[in-house]
Design a protein around this ligand. Structure first.
Ligand code: NAD
Ligand code: ZN
Length: 436
């Protein structure tokens, strides 16, 4: 019984309860679980009545050559090999001035008589030209958001209550205009308007059941890849984790390079480096395949044109670099730099872009060429990173930071391979943090 309770939300739980005909598990997790709990796996997987077939997804990963995987394939005839079938944003408009077509894009979506659209916009634009250019009609609702702190589940729940109080029906659409934080808020709000409970209940993978309200993303910063990802990262009461689902993806993007032209230099650099780092981590990871390599290499080339060559079309190029970088990690994974950045973000509240730069700055032993290139780009743009680690940080905070970082197992595995634990003891992680 204990076994069932412990595993009730995992494949084992479903296997034990015999409640599934087909279960999908990623190749990566299968290899990991098979290695860690071989007896358990064997005991239940070899009983065909518990499960008719196990579908392994993401079989395009290089792990398909691993001995564990080959052994598992031999042992379990009911395994079906699947490749990840991920959704991407179905409609994209790109080009300088494309923001002007937002009205045309929204027109056919205004389907409810007397209905409305919700415009969620970074409050850095309050009273500014961009806000005045929004095609607000009838009962449309303007929701400026303050992204001084990265989005929290509490904020999402409050915004949903506000919109529900505003009108008895759901809006016809939610439009998010801003950087990664604002786009993530728009994604989360559009999901939570159709799904009951708190957004904290959905932090995880594929927990959303009802499709979101139609939602549009319009980036005003480039680098995170949030515009094309299937997640929206939220800090909840117990964890910082995204709502990952196919429904999270935007239905439409408007990529207008003019909108990123007035970004302050530091912020432009930090968010742009998020993209550069996505590519370094993806291209140096063991989960790389030809799909993510193609996108990662092109994105890296574009980053160099922007941050080394100062190309006159930098805004266009950075926007495409962000999109391609996001596509690259969609089929692979980030690595050590993102793992460390999550630790300092969770405990010290450091923002994503600058946090990734601070982490990258100390990772020369893992990504020697990438870090050298990063330092060169910093120098070219006169970027000085702040020292963020308090000398007197408490033991408790340090331990929490290390645990948060090491919990990101797929990131470490992608970076260092299956034996990553022996290479990354807690002391080594602490030594990185002490240098930040
Ligand atoms: P951001 O959205 O947090 O904004 C950073 C700052 O830039 C804010 O002060 C904002 O007001 C300002 N800003 C935005 N656009 C501006 C403009 N055009 N001109 C002047 N100032 C502007 O920054 P970000 O780096 O784009 O996003 C980081 C966030 O994205 C984090 O919350 C992170 O968790 C999230 N993220 C999400 C994903 C994903 O896949 N969903 C991936 C990476 C990061
Ligand atoms: Zn990132």
């Amino acid at each position: 019984m204990n076994e069932i309770q412990n595993y009730s939300r995992s494949p084992y739980g479903f296997l034990l309860q015999g409640s599934l005909e087909i279960y999908s598990l990623s190749l990566y997790y299968m290899c990991l679980e098979y290695e860690q709990k071989p007896d358990f796996f064997k005991k239940y997987m070899t009983r065909p009545h518990f499960i008719r077939s196990l579908r392994l997804t993401n079989c395009d990963s290089p792990l398909r050559h691993s001995p564990v995987f080959l052994r598992c394939r031999e042992n379990f005839p009911q395994v079906i090999f699947m490749h990840r079938n991920f959704r991407i944003v179905p409609q994209i408009m790109f080009g300088s001035g494309s923001f002007n077509q937002l009205e045309d894009v929204l027109k056919p979506k205004r389907v409810t008589g007397g209905g409305f659209m919700v415009f969620i916009i970074d409050d850095v634009f309050s009273g500014k030209e961009l806000e005045k250019r929004l095609p607000m009609r009838g009962k449309d609702l303007l929701v400026p958001v303050d992204v001084t702190h990265e989005p929290k589940t509490k904020l999402i729940d409050e915004l949903v209550v506000k919109i529900r109080h505003y009108a008895p029906v759901n809006p016809d659409g939610v439009i998010g205009i801003g950087g990664g934080s604002t786009m993530d808020i728009a994604k989360a709000v559009s999901l939570m308007l159709t799904n009951p409970g708190s957004s904290a209940d959905y932090q995880g993978w594929d927990l959303i059941e009802t499709p979101a309200i139609y939602h549009v993303g319009i980036p005003t910063l480039a680098g995170t890849g949030a515009e094309i990802s299937r997640t929206c990262i939220l800090t909840g009461p117990v964890k910082k984790l995204g709502i990952n689902s196919d429904y999270t993806l935007f239905d439409q993007l408007i990529l207008d390079p003019e909108l990123i032209e007035g970004v302050p230099q530091d912020q432009w650099f930090y968010t742009g480096m998020d993209c550069f780092i996505h590519n370094i981590e993806s291209l140096h990871g063991c989960m790389l395949n030809s799909f993510s390599k193609a996108y990662g290499e092109k994105s890296l080339e574009l980053c160099r044109e922007v941050f080394v060559d100062n190309h006159p079309e930098s805004a266009e190029k950075l926007m495409m670099a962000s999109y391609f970088g996001g596509m690259s990690i969609a089929y692979s994974q980030v690595g050590a730099c993102h793992a460390l950045s999550y630790g300092i973000s969770y405990v010290l509240g450091i923002h994503h872009g600058i946090g990734c730069c601070i982490a990258m700055n100390v990772l020369e032993d893992i990504y020697p060429e990438g870090v050298a290139e990063f330092h060169d780009m910093m120098k070219r743009h006169n970027i000085n990173l702040p020292k963020i680690m308090p000398e007197d940080i408490s033991r408790e905070d340090m331990e929490l930071m290390i645990t948060t970082t090491l919990n990101l197992e797929p990131l470490w595995e992608n970076c260092l391979g299956k034996e990553w634990r022996t290479q990354m003891p807690r002391e080594r992680v602490e030594a990185y943090f002490r240098r930040m």
